[in-house]
Design a protein around this ligand. Structure first.
Ligand SMILES: Nc1ncnc2c1ncn2[C@@H]1O[C@H](COP(=O)(O)OP(=O)(O)OP(=O)(O)O)[C@@H](O)[C@H]1O
Length: 985
């Protein structure tokens, strides 16, 4: 096929080169395939081929008759079959003149004049230091001044807490000294750490200054010291405050007279020319350092990590990861949460500690890679040390600041260049990344045998969402982004050009969002670099973009014409699609909603709503945590219905973490999953700390339900019971009807109500889910996500969505009588094929045994009554010893007294051996917490008793139940309960 395509293009008419669609028609292949093959042959597209051809023709005409006017040239071109405007000819002629070398490559579409304006900056050894243009700028100037001071530098002392980069600065000073010619190329740089020898002063002095034979026992020959070895270069003494008194004296002589004496020598022997750089983490006020300070003219103080801007910390983290990727030679995928933790944790050891914490995390990631045979080293939050993870606890107060820099997971390849890593890399790299992503994803899906149309839909949708998220994060970031910083990244020319584009767009759409300048400029920088390299722009979703954003696409076309005329930049059609997305985001206020994992607390009494309220307020998460207070007067069926209804409201497509206050309720998670297909994980504990920890993670968009569970288990492993209910991919999912409308889910809900009214009982057999395209612009992705967990039997929509395997129903039709009737028939047909799910069997009879029923217990205090009942259950091997503690802890959390003299003490299922309910009537009422209690129902139940327990609880709260206090035997009590509950069982 490649050969055929090549031949076709060789034979084509240069004036009207074949478009990819024409090539596809001739070769009887799809257009996308034609584009792919053409690209793989590195043949430019028709527009660029035409330009190359035109340039040749214009040049020929100009060479033949140099004085010919452009009107003439245009005329003769058009006469020979071209269709070209004079404007274009003028521009091309200008380009030819400028590139007199006439070596312009095919596909090169940006003028050289433009290229020249993108000047490269001079290399500088200090530029590898993060903060060289910000917090370290003044320090670097001092360091340079010290080195350049004639004849061979000024002695310098560098101060600052441990790990701030003192050694690093000293090394840079040496490199700078060599580079600037102060020292010769091979001059020495000798490093000595006084702390290494602090325990053995003689050895320290001898290492540093050398000794003569016989200077001390064991000195059997003369030895040269490091000071002499550093002659002609730099001696760097770290931890200088550890130098003993004698050593200081020798050093002062070196500073004052330029001579040293070896140990054992009586007078100064050797003349030495050395620049001394020393470093200390001690305060300069100490005695030694004051004397030193007097002799050492240059003092450089490096700030600690906390006083440096967050942007630098982000950059430093990047550097360290790049170093690790180099070292292990494998790409490292750093999860966004890890970045956030590293940005925020208290790092007392400054950069040095940050580096070792990153090394530990990478080492753990590497171990996992080897164990799981992954391609990359993945650094998840579980890979970082506990003290680093604590950084996330504070995320609430710093979310905005941190999320400016951390846009998502970051993949660092082993050949990444540390020196190229710059501030906010992820923001600056994104546009280039997106091009690469599109190509790689396209090819990988193609190799999986997926249809080109489907690939375009998938990749196009994914890319659009990513761009929208990028623009969104850019909005937060640009709050305090410096325009100068933007210029330093994109260059002045691109900034000007972006401003022009925005002016054009604002004429059409009115005032655009200020952040657009930043995102668009960075995007264009990547685009133009790509075009300069002759690489193509791939946009799989062009057709849909044109359909979805017609106005923006027209504006993009106008912009493209302007760029071509003014800057000689010719943008391919595909690129216009991207610009349309950017423009759209500039005036549309609603952004793509990033779905998050839901949090649902279910507990008896008012515990759930109380905890949810605290967490929502504390974390400022706008009711992300939802609560269901279990009302005991509701039947189990009603409770389940409430739970399912709420779960459906909560779910954003990424699953729900449920916190329940009793093991028996863990069953609810499974119920939800079975009934709705929503993935659930259940934690059988309800307290504020746990709810905060879960919610904090759940509100991070990048964490999946399993990431959250893994990190919760890692941090709070002690006694944490959990249960998984994953979606069963088999056919057992309850059928779902999806109602979609363009204007937002509001209209979809109206349609839903109409359907529910017209088809009574439809909700018993089908889930009805509503979605709005405004909230989910890439509906096809949303649909495939829903499809994974639900069995969609029909899509009712106001616009026609092509989802090949799902029955489509036109919403407008359904609102008419005839359409609704047809839909009803369809529903009837479908409902015949689905069966009701039976509830789990009840075991109330087993739960309540006469041996566990006590009549007229004689205790006067809650504590005694509880202890007695617990001990009886322990004796009867119904529960473990820990049950007793569990019951008391639960009472501390929230009282278990109910209205009407009943208390229901309980603990979670971890300590239950055989589910049981102990019942006691009391001789005298006991003051429980606020109320008097005369019947105790102690629950020791596990998850299998949900229905029976709910039935029992439903009876307990009735007036009738209180009558058991009058009964005189265990047998009568049991019979009364069984009788009353019979109808529910
Ligand atoms: N400005 C910087 N940019 C990037 N990396 C840096 C910078 N400063 C220091 N580092 C890195 O941080 C780590 C710690 O720096 P360094 O060892 O120089 O600190 P130090 O102050 O000498 O520590 P100590 O007091 O423990 O001797 C090193 O890996 C170093 O490469």
């Amino acid at each position: 096929m490649k050969e055929k395509l090549k031949k076709l293009i060789q034979k084509e008419d240069g004036k009207n080169p074949l478009t990819d669609t024409e090539i596809a028609q001739k070769l009887k292949i799809r257009r996308e395939e034609a584009t792919m093959i053409r690209n793989s042959l590195e043949i430019p597209d028709s527009r660029e081929r035409r330009k190359v051809d035109l340039l040749k023709k214009i040049e020929l005409l100009m060479r033949k008759a140099p004085n010919r006017t452009m009107v003439d040239v245009t005329r003769s071109l058009n006469a020979s079959g071209y269709e070209v405007s004079r404007c274009t000819v003028v521009r091309y002629a200008e380009e030819i003149r400028q590139n007199s070398r006439n070596d312009q490559k095919q596909g090169q579409v940006v003028s050289t004049a433009f290229e020249k304006s993108q000047g490269a900056s001079e290399p500088d050894v200090f530029s590898k230091l993060v903060g060289h243009s910000r917090s370290l700028k003044g320090i670097i100037q001092l360091a340079k001044a010290a080195v350049l001071y004639p004849p061979h530098g000024l002695h310098t002392i560098i101060t600052g807490p441990t790990g701030v980069g003192k050694s690093e600065l000293a090394e840079c000073m040496y490199e700078f000294a060599v580079e600037s010619g102060v020292f010769e190329k091979n001059s020495p740089f000798v490093v000595f750490n006084a702390a290494d020898y602090a325990e053995n002063q003689q050895l320290l002095l001898s290492q540093l200054f050398g000794h003569i034979k016989g200077a001390f026992t064991g000195a059997d020959m003369d030895k040269m010291g490091l000071v002499e070895k550093a002659d002609g270069g730099i001696l760097f003494i770290d931890e200088i405050h550890r130098l003993p008194h004698e050593g200081q004296e020798i050093l002062f002589q070196l500073i004052d007279k330029g001579k040293v004496r070896r140990l054992g020598e009586t007078k100064l022997s050797t003349s030495i020319k050395v620049m001394l750089i020393s470093a200390t983490s001690e305060p300069l006020e100490s005695y030694l350092l004051t004397t030193f300070k007097r002799r050492i003219p240059m003092v450089i103080e490096i700030p600690d990590l906390t006083s440096r801007p967050l942007v630098e910390r982000h950059h430093i983290i990047n550097n360290f990861f790049v170093n690790e990727a180099h070292r292990i030679g494998i790409a490292i995928l750093v999860k966004a949460d890890v970045y956030k933790a590293l940005m925020l944790y208290k790092c007392h050891g400054n950069l040095g500690q940050l580096r070792s914490d990153i090394q530990v995390a990478c080492a753990r990631g590497l171990l996992n890679k080897l164990a799981k045979q992954q391609d990359n080293v993945v650094v998840n939050i579980s890979e970082v040390s506990e003290h680093v993870m604590k950084g996330l606890i504070d995320i609430r107060n710093h979310r905005d600041k941190v999320e400016k820099y951390v846009l998502g997971d970051v993949k660092i390849s082993p050949d990444a260049n540390v020196h190229e890593i710059r501030t906010n890399d992820s923001i600056y790299q994104f546009p280039e990344e997106i091009y690469r992503y599109t190509e790689e994803r396209y090819l990988s899906l193609l190799s999986e045998g997926i249809e080109v149309e489907a690939i375009n839909r998938i990749v196009g949708g994914e890319v659009e969402i990513q761009i929208q998220q990028y623009i969104k994060s850019m909005k937060t970031y640009t709050g305090d982004m410096d325009l100068r910083e933007l210029v330093s990244v994109v260059g002045k020319q691109i900034l000007l050009l972006t401003e022009d584009i925005i002016n054009i767009a604002e004429k059409r759409f009115g005032k655009l969002d200020g952040s657009l300048k930043f995102s668009l400029a960075i995007h264009l920088k990547a685009t133009i670099s790509r075009l300069k390299e002759g690489k193509k722009i791939q946009n799989n979703n062009l057709k849909e973009i044109i359909n979805n954003y017609p106005q923006e696409f027209t504006a993009a076309r106008e912009i493209s014409d302007y760029l071509e005329q003014t800057y000689s930049i010719c943008l391919p059609e595909e690129e216009l699609g991207f610009i349309a997305i950017y423009l759209n985001s500039g005036y549309r206020k609603n952004f793509y909603h990033v779905p998050k994992v839901g949090v649902f607390i279910i507990a008896h009494g008012r515990v759930a709503s109380a905890v949810a309220e605290v967490v929502n307020k504390l974390l400022g998460v706008m009711n992300h945590v939802k609560a269901l207070d279990m009302h005991l007067d509701k039947s189990p069926q009603e409770t389940i219905r409430d739970v399912i209804k709420m779960a459906e409201e909560i779910d954003e497509g990424r699953g729900i973490i449920i916190l329940v206050d009793m093991g028996s309720l863990a069953y609810l998670g499974e119920f939800i999953t079975k009934e709705t297909g929503i993935e659930t994980r259940t934690l059988t504990r309800v307290d504020t700390v746990l709810a905060i920890e879960v919610t904090r993670r759940a509100t991070l968009p990048d964490l999946s339900i399993d990431d959250i569970m893994a990190s919760i288990r890692y941090e709070l492993s002690g006694g944490l019971e959990y249960k998984e209910a994953s979606v069963d991919t088999a056919n057992g999912k309850k059928p779902t009807i999806l109602i979609i409308c363009v204007t937002g889910s509001g209209t979809a809900k109206i349609i839903r109500n109409k359907i529910v009214d017209a088809i009574p009982g439809i909700e018993l057999k089908f889930h009805i889910e509503t979605k709005g395209i405004i909230e989910f612009p890439k509906m096809d992705i949303e649909i495939s996500r829903i499809k994974k967990r639900k069995n969609i039997i029909a899509i009712v929509s106001t616009i026609h969505l092509v989802v090949t395997d799902i029955h489509f129903v036109n919403a407008q039709e359904v609102l008419k009588n005839e359409g609704m009737k047809k839909f009803k028939d369809f529903i009837m047909m479908k409902s015949n094929s689905s069966k009701d799910q039976p509830l789990p069997a009840s075991t109330l009879d087993n739960l309540i045994q006469e041996k566990n029923i006590y009549v007229n217990l004689p205790y006067d205090h809650k504590k005694d009554a509880l202890t007695y009942l617990c001990k009886e259950l322990i004796k009867g091997k119904a529960v473990k010893d820990e049950y007793l503690d569990g019951v008391f802890s639960r009472e501390e959390l929230f009282t278990t007294e109910l209205e009407g003299g009943v208390a229901i003490p309980h603990s979670d299922e971890t300590s239950v051996l055989e589910s049981s309910i102990a019942i006691a009537t009391l001789k005298n009422p006991i003051l429980w917490e606020n109320k008097y209690v005369n019947i105790i129902v102690m629950l020791a139940v596990d998850k299998n008793c949900f229905t029976a327990l709910s039935t029992m609880l439903g009876y307990i709260i009735t007036e009738d139940f209180k009558k058991i206090a009058q009964l005189t035997s265990a047998k009568d009590i049991k019979e009364a309960i069984m009788d009353a509950c019979k109808e529910h069982i």
